[in-house]
Design a binder for this molecule. Sequence first.
Ligand code: NAD
Ligand code: UDP
Ligand code: UDP
Length: 323
Amino acid sequence: LKKRLQALEKKAKIQHPAVKFLPEGKRKRILVTGGAGFVGSHLVDKLMIQGHELIVVDNFFTGRKRNVEHWLTHENFELIHHDVVEPLYIEVDQIYHLACPASPPHYMFNPIKTIKTSSIGTLNMLGLAKRVDARLLLASTSEIYGDPEEHPQNENYWGHVNPIGPRACYDEGKRVAETMCYAYKKQEGVDVRVARIFNTYGPRMHMEDGRVVSNFILQALQNLDITIYGGGKQTRSFQYVDDLVDGLIGLMNSEITSPVNIGNPDEHTIEEFATIIKDMVGTNSKIVHHPATEDDPQRRKPDIEKAFKGFGWKPVMPLKEGM
Ligand code: NAD
Ligand code: UDP
Ligand code: UDP
């Protein structure tokens, strides 16, 4: 164990030599739920490097301890194995509430659990925020717009969601999570922020994540067929995870309490993604078509003017460089 801890400590120092020192008054105690997941772990890295004290709460459904293992021995870091569906009593200044599976195969695996995570889990985090007077940022999603009838999507659009389809556990779960944030704000004065996150990719995506970027890259690397679901004319707009993390921190520390889109407006068809990845990897993979998935949104592109005007955020990583 000692050896292992020493190795981890060494790794933490190598990977993160520049953890800043923040004086007591500026150092915040920050809870990141879902902090062992893909997005959460990158957020944790950035906040740790800024010098804050981090508490990560995760039930490891889709997250992995190894995503944060480089911090395990750091005095500013604590990892709690906990399910947000159960109440949590700790003391913090800010809460980034990310706990929730994000990939369609993951959130459809146990839809009832997904609903409980977004509803009861968010209720508990709002109850915690209320008790300790913390600011809470909800990781909401572009999925709340459903299969959109407006394009691009701005924050005033109410969405077009099938409430009983296979994606509903996630979409409606996030919609009620947003509703709860504003009920707690209005009734209890809880200080909330809502980030509507658009498709994101980057290092530490789960290998069996099932989302399109990781699927296509893995397929290309193994010379397997690249599987397009449906005609491939459906579009998505992908942002690199570091851009998202900057947007989340920017929003948390802004004064904008209404929902804000965080995404990259660079829109491509899924067919184009397949070709871009195939060409970059230089693979012999064939591009093949599988049946379309039910209720698959056909177009998605964020209007990000609000984030830019509100706190000067816009994504900077070009698609090909990020890939
Ligand atoms: P992820 O699956 O990698 O991370 C989610 C994390 O939450 C995992 O570590 C998982 O173990 C944890 N978790 C799940 N249920 C939990 C529970 N009941 N209690 C405690 N922990 C739990 O997904 P991600 O891509 O990192 O997404 C993070 C957040 O961002 C999610 O809320 C997701 O809805 C949102 N989001 C992500 C994207 C994207 O493209 N990545 C897009 C829109 C919204
Ligand atoms: N809660 C929590 N941690 C806290 C405070 C509350 O997990 O520090 C949970 C609590 O168990 C409750 C939920 O948050 O289920 C909502 O709390 P609130 O105080 O709003 O509701 P109440 O307890 O009055 O029903
Ligand atoms: N998709 C695909 N092949 C795959 C995985 C996904 O064609 O192997 C398509 C999927 O049908 C959707 C788009 O890629 O149109 C994005 O899917 P993903 O699951 O990544 O995210 P979401 O649907 O939640 O935006």
